[in-house]
Design a protein around this ligand. Structure first.
Ligand SMILES: Nc1nc2c(c(=O)[nH]1)N[C@H]1C(S)=C(S)[C@@H](COP(=O)(O)OP(=O)(O)OC[C@H]3O[C@@H](n4cnc5c(=O)[nH]c(N)nc54)[C@H](O)[C@@H]3O)O[C@H]1N2
Ligand SMILES: Nc1nc2c(c(=O)[nH]1)N[C@H]1C(S)=C(S)[C@@H](COP(=O)(O)OP(=O)(O)OC[C@H]3O[C@@H](n4cnc5c(=O)[nH]c(N)nc54)[C@H](O)[C@@H]3O)O[C@H]1N2
Ligand SMILES: [Mo]
Length: 674
C-alpha cells in the first residue's frame, strides 16, 4: 500500500507532506490492537469482540439504572468521522437521553466557535482556501503554518513566487519555521495580542483607513462583560451579555491602545504595530489573517477572535476573494464532525439543545420522543473529566482521542479515571496512556479501513472509501456504536445493514441541514468529487459566505450577515486582560505549547512510522540560549521542567527550529532559524 496526492483535489493540488506520504504505515505498526481486551483481576485479557460489546452494553445499562442517564458519557474527537459523531450523538442525546457528549475539539476550537458566534452569529469561516491564491498579504497570528499546515503553506509560497509584492508576516511569540519563510517576524508577549489587535484598530481609525461604506451598512458595535475569570475552578459558570454601543464609544474605548502604550504591554515596537495597521488599511492590498492554536488556546480566546474580526470589519476586508479572517482547524474533521454534527454538550446536529424547535426536529429525524432530549447542557470537556473524578460520571467511552495525554491538569483526571467504581471503554488502534486506564479496549478500524466523511476548515465535506480490510477483529467505531445501541434496545433507531450504513447515515444526517444556509451535497455527488463546499444549493458550492455574489442565502446587493438578528457583523469592545498566570520569582519561565512537523499530537500513530520516529524520536523543550547558559544547560541535555501542576523530564533544544526570546520586547540576539 502507498499514498499519492490527487492532482484533481482542489485542496492540496496533488501535494502531500512527509506525514501524508507515510501515513499508510500507521496501519502496520507491530503492536496494533487487533483483539478486544477486558480487565479481569487487574489484567487485560483477550476476549471475542461480541463478548466485549455485550459487556459495554451491560455496564451502560447498569450505570444508567443505578446512577441515572447523566452518569454515562462519551468523549470523542475531531478525528471522528461524520458518521461516528452523528451515531454517538443520536445514541447518547436522542436514545439514552443525556447531553454527556463532548469531543477533544473543545481543547482546540472552542474559542473559534464562540468567536464566530459572537461576531457573526453562525459558526465556520466565510472564506475558503482560494483566498490564498488571491491575497497580497498574509498575517499569521501565532500559528506555525510551515509545520502545521505545510501543504496550505506551500500555496502561500507559490503565490509569493508568482506575484510581485506578496508579503507573509509572522506575528508570534517565538521564531519557527514559518518565521524562516516569512518576510518579517514580529514577536509579542503571550496574551498581549489582545492589546496589539486593538492598537491596529486605533491606527486604522486615526489614519481614517476605515471603509465607511462597509461599516455604516454592515457593522454594529457591542460591549461585553469584562474581568470574567479563567474557569480554572470546578463548576465555573459564565454568561456574556452584549450591550449595544456606538462607533463613538468604540473610538473612546480604543484610546487606551495607542501603539506607544501597547509597545510597553506587548513588547512590539510602535512602528511595527503601525506597519501592520498600514497593511490592513491599504485599500489596494488584499489581506488574509490566519490563526490556529495561538489564538484558540488563549485564556481570552473568544476575545482575540473577536478582535481580529474587528480589524477586517473596520476595513471591509472580508468575504471577497483574497480578503478574510481565516480560523484554521487542526484535525481532519473538527469542523465536519464536532462543529457541524454538533458533538458537544449544548449542541444538536441542527441548533442547540435549549431550543425547542431544534429538539423537535432532532426527535422527528431520530424517531425518539422529544422528551428524551434534555434541554440542559451537562458538562463541557474539562468539566466532564472533573465530573468523572468527582464521581458524577461513572462510565465513559473514549474514541479516537488520547485524553490521558492531552487534557490539561492531567494528573487529576488520570487518578479520577482509575477510581474503583469508574468504568472506561476505549476504542483504539494502539496502546496509549488512555488505553492503560481502560476496562475494555475495542480494536478499531483506521481511516481507509472503513468508509466515511470528514469536513475541513473551508466547509468542504470529503468522502473516503474503504480500501483495506481492518486487521483481526478491528471494527469501524460507527459500527461499534450501532452494535451497542442495538444491545440497549434501540434497533428501531439503528436499522442499517453493515453494507450500506455510511450512506444511510449520511442521507439521514443531511435532513438536519436542508436549508440554503447549510445544505450539504448528496452522497452520490460526494463520492464523485474531491469534496464539496456547503451550502450546496442547486448544484452549486459556496466559496464566500455572506456575499450575495457567491452565497445563495445572502440577500441584497452588497453583504448580508444573516447570522445576526440585525443582519450586521458585530465589532466587540474587548480589552486587554492579563493571563491567568504569569512568571514570578518562584516559577520564572513561560511555558508555551508547540507542535512539530513530524509528530501528530500524542504520537500514537506517528511514533509507529519509522521515518518519522527516527527524524525526531522524542518531544523536547526549546529554551532561549541565554537562559540555558545561565542554568548550565546545553543542547540535548536533560532538564526537569516543573510547573505548579506537575513535573517532567525532557531534552533541551537550543537554537533549533523553534527559538523563544528571553523576554519581550524581543532582544537583538534572536536569530532567524536557518
Ligand atoms: N505536523 C503536525 N501538524 C498539525 C498537528 C500536529 O500535531 N502535527 N496538529 C494539528 C492540530 S489539531 C492543530 S490545532 C494545529 C495547531 O497549529 P498551530 O497553532 O499553528 O501550532 P502550535 O504549535 O500548537 O502553535 C503554537 C503557537 O502558538 C503561539 N502563541 C503562544 N501564545 C500565544 C498568544 O498569546 N497569542 C497568539 N496569537 N499566539 C500565541 C506561538 O507563537 C506558538 O508558535 O496543527 C495541526 N497540524
Ligand atoms: N499539552 C497540550 N495539550 C493539548 C494541545 C497542546 O498543544 N498541548 N493541543 C490540544 C489540541 S489543539 C488537540 S486537537 C488535542 C489532540 O488530542 P488527542 O486527540 O487526544 O491526540 P491524538 O494523538 O491525535 O489522539 C488520537 C488517538 O486516536 C487514535 N486513532 C486514530 N485513528 C483512529 C481511528 O480511526 N479509530 C480509533 N478508534 N482510534 C483512532 C490514535 O491512535 C490516537 O491515540 O490535544 C489538545 N491538548
Ligand atoms: Mo487541534
Amino acid at each position: 500500500m502507498a499514498v499519492k496526492g490527487d492532482p484533481n483535489c482542489s485542496v492540496n493540488k496533488g501535494l502531500c507532506y512527509v506525514k501524508g506520504y507515510h501515513s499508510i504505515q500507521i496501519l502496520y505498526g507491530e503492536d496494533r490492537i487487533k483483539n478486544a481486551l477486558v480487565r479481569r483481576n487487574g489484567r487485560m485479557v483477550r476476549v471475542p469482540m461480541e463478548e466485549a460489546l455485550d459487556l459495554v452494553a451491560r455496564k451502560m445499562k447498569e450505570t444508567i439504572k443505578d446512577h441515572g442517564k447523566d452518569a454515562v458519557a462519551i468523549y470523542g474527537s475531531g478525528q471522528w468521522s461524520i458518521a461516528d459523531g452523528y451515531t454517538a450523538s443520536k445514541l447518547f442525546k436522542g436514545c439514552i437521553g443525556t447531553n454527556n457528549v463532548e469531543a477533544n475539539a473543545r481543547l482546540c476550537m472552542a474559542s473559534a466557535v464562540t468567536g464566530f458566534l459572537t461576531s457573526f452569529g453562525l459558526d465556520e469561516p466565510m472564506g475558503c482556501y482560494d483566498d490564498i491564491h488571491h491575497a497580497d498579504v498574509f498575517i499569521t497570528w501565532g500559528n506555525n503554518m510551515a509545520e502545521m499546515h505545510p501543504v496550505l503553506f506551500s500555496r502561500l509560497l507559490a503565490n509569493r513566487r508568482t506575484k510581485k509584492n506578496v508579503k507573509i508576516i509572522d506575528f508570534a511569540t517565538r521564531l519557527t519555521r514559518t518565521s524562516q519563510a516569512a518576510d518579517k517576524s514580529i514577536l509579542f508577549g503571550p496574551q498581549t495580542d489582545l492589546a496589539v489587535a486593538n492598537a491596529i484598530c486605533y491606527e486604522i481609525i486615526r489614519n481614517d483607513w476605515v471603509n465607511w461604506e462597509f461599516v455604516n451598512r454592515h457593522v454594529s458595535f457591542h460591549r461585553g462583560k469584562t474581568k470574567i475569570g479563567y474557569g480554572t475552578e470546578d463548576n465555573f459558570k459564565f454568561q456574556d451579555r452584549a450591550e449595544s454601543v456606538s462607533f463613538q464609544d468604540y473610538r473612546v474605548f480604543l484610546e487606551d491602545y495607542a501603539p506607544e502604550k501597547v509597545e510597553k504591554i506587548s513588547g512590539v515596537k510602535a512602528e511595527d504595530i503601525k506597519y501592520m495597521a498600514a497593511l490592513y488599511g491599504d485599500p489596494d492590498k488584499k489581506v488574509v489573517s490566519f490563526w490556529t492554536m495561538g489564538m484558540n488556546q488563549h485564556t481570552r480566546g473568544t476575545w482575540i477572535n473577536n478582535l481580529v474580526y474587528n480589524i477586517h470589519l473596520l476595513v471591509g476586508k472580508i468575504s471577497t476573494p483574497g480578503n478574510g479572517p481565516f480560523s484554521l482547524t487542526g484535525q481532519p474533521s473538527a469542523y465536519g464532525t464536532v462543529r457541524e454534527v454538533g458533538t458537544l454538550t449544548h449542541k444538536l446536529p441542527y441548533g442547540v439543545v435549549s431550543n425547542e424547535k431544534a429538539r423537535k426536529m432532532a426527535a422527528r429525524i431520530w424517531q425518539v420522543p422529544v422528551e428524551n432530549i434534555s434541554p440542559k447542557p451537562t458538562y463541557h470537556t474539562v468539566e466532564m473529566f472533573r465530573a468523572l473524578d468527582r464521581g458524577e460520571i461513572k462510565f465513559m467511552w473514549i474514541q479516537v482521542t488520547n485524553p490521558m495525554v492531552t487534557m490539561p491538569n492531567l494528573r487529576r483526571y488520570r487518578d479520577g479515571a482509575k477510581k474503583e467504581d469508574r468504568f472506561i471503554v476505549v476504542s483504539e488502534i494502539y496502546p496509549t496512556p488512555t488505553s492503560d486506564v481502560a476496562d475494555v479496549i475495542l480494536p478499531s478500524a483506521l481511516w481507509v479501513e472503513r468508509e466515511g466523511f470528514f469536513g475541513n476548515s473551508e466547509r468542504r465535506t470529503q468522502h473516503f472509501e474503504q480500501m483495506v480490510p481492518p486487521p483481526g477483529d478491528a471494527m469501524c467505531i460507527t459500527w461499534q456504536l450501532i452494535e451497542v445501541a442495538r444491545r440497549l434496545g434501540f434497533e428501531k433507531q439503528f436499522p442499517w445493514s453493515n453494507k450500506t450504513y455510511i450512506k444511510d447515515i449520511w442521507n439521514e444526517y443531511i435532513r438536519f441541514h436542508d436549508n440554503p444556509k447549510h445544505r450539504m451535497a448528496p452522497y452520490e455527488v460526494l463520492r464523485e468529487r474531491s469534496g464539496v463546499q456547503w451550502p450546496f444549493v442547486n448544484g452549486r458550492e459556496t466559496k464566500w459566505r455572506y456575499n450575495p455574489k457567491y452565497d445563495p442565502a445572502a440577500k441584497g446587493e452588497s453583504f448580508d450577515f444573516y447570522g445576526k438578528p440585525d443582519r450586521r457583523a458585530w465589532i466587540w469592545l474587548r480589552p486587554y486582560e492579563p493571563p491567568a498566570e504569569s512568571p514570578d520569582s518562584e516559577y520564572p519561565f513561560w511555558l508555551n505549547t508547540g507542535r512539530i512537523l513530524e509528530h501528530w499530537h500524542t504520537r500514537s500513530m506517528t511514533r509507529r512510522v519509522p521515518v518519522l520516529h527516527r527524524a525526531v524520536p522524542s518531544a523536547y523543550v526549546e529554551i532561549n540560549p541565554e537562559d540555558a547558559a545561565a542554568l548550565g544547560i546545553t543542547n540535548g541535555s536533560k532538564v526537569r521542567i516543573t510547573s505548579r501542576r506537575g513535573s517532567l523530564v525532557m531534552r533541551a533544544s537550543i537554537n533549533g527550529r523553534g527559538r523563544p526570546p528571553r523576554e519581550w520586547p524581543s532582544s537583538s540576539f534572536l536569530t532567524r532559524p536557518t
